[in-house]
Design a protein around this ligand. Structure first.
Ligand SMILES: N[C@@H](CCC[C@H](N)C(=O)O)C(=O)O
Length: 284
């Protein structure tokens, strides 16, 4: 019997199975990750966060001097993604609650680089996501109710296509991935955000995540949405010298996203650990 000690946590209901593996002894296959994330036959989650010392994982050993811990993030289907914004906030909360790091500012290694995360004792968790990249949106579109609308292509370390709609119901069921054009625009897949405006500086979104399907929140997605909305509103802090903050509502709660004058995107929201248990991997 191979028993795995796990925790469960979420950030605005983007939920994760957290697997402590300080010394990098676990080799979870994609099938095992998918089985853990299965909401009926497994624990259930949008993804898995393996908590490993940077020095003990080949993907992060080069970052060990900057960050003691590496977030090995996997999507719900077992695929690897470069970055998970809610995941890194939940990961930092876990480190602090388990006494593996002090509250305050700490650094977490990810496949998207080292992220500075600020954890308050009971309150919100803020992550400096670094700058967004807008590699060009020419020709990129998302099918909305049978009609292709132009989308904003935003890279938050992982890829996003952001499309504005009048009503979030226009996103449809999202049981399957939205159609993004042109075919092949995102050879490694893409996260798609549907956005409505609520008020100046306030938007709401739904997301279909690459590798996880529709989720209740996506941190990198909320940052991509904020940047797309800010640019559409003519706001660019690096030019105006004024930071810009947006409230982004997601089905699972609310995130506050600030673009600083240096271009870095900061995301703030709740992150909680809600359960702990053991699972027999051979039964999944
Ligand atoms: N939920 C995450 C994003 C997870 C990765 C994404 N599905 C991808 O494949 O890029 C977040 O909070 O950012």
């Amino acid at each position: 019997m191979s028993t795995l000690h796990f925790f469960k946590g979420h950030g605005t209901e983007n939920d994760f199975v957290i697997v402590p593996d300080a010394d990098g002894e676990l080799d979870l296959s994609a099938a095992q990750v998918a089985a853990l994330c299965d909401r009926r036959a497994g624990i259930g989650g949008d993804g898995v966060l393996r908590v490993v010392r940077s020095a003990k994982d080949p993907a992060a050993e080069h970052l060990a001097g900057e960050a003691e811990w590496f977030m090995d993030y996997r999507n719900g289907d077992g695929s690897i993604a470069e970055m998970c914004g809610n995941g890194v906030r939940v990961f930092a909360r876990f480190l602090v609650e388990r006494g593996l790091a002090e509250a305050g500012e700490l650094r977490v290694a990810t496949r998207g680089g080292v992220k500075a995360v600020t954890v308050s004792a009971e309150g919100p968790v803020t992550v400096d996501m670094g700058p967004a990249r807008l590699p060009g949106s020419e020709g990129i579109g998302v099918d909305v109710e049978g009609r292709v609308r132009p989308a904003t292509n935003v890279d938050m370390g992982n890829p996003h296509a952001v499309v504005f709609v009048e009503d979030l119901a226009q996103a449809g069921t999202l049981y399957t991935a939205p159609t993004v054009t042109p075919e092949g625009a995102y050879p490694h897949g893409v996260n798609v955000e549907f956005v409505v405006r609520r008020a100046p500086g306030h938007v709401a979104m739904r997301v279909h995540e690459r590798g996880s399907g529709e989720t209740r929140s996506c941190g990198t997605g909320a940052c991509a949405v904020m940047v797309a909305a800010a640019r559409a509103d003519g706001a660019q802090p690096s030019v105006t010298g004024e930071p810009v903050t947006y409230t982004v509502d997601v089905p699972g709660g609310r995130l506050r996203i600030t673009e600083r004058v240096d271009g870095h995107i900061e995301m703030t929201g709740p992150a909680v650990i809600v359960a702990e248990g053991r699972v027999d991997l051979s039964r999944l």
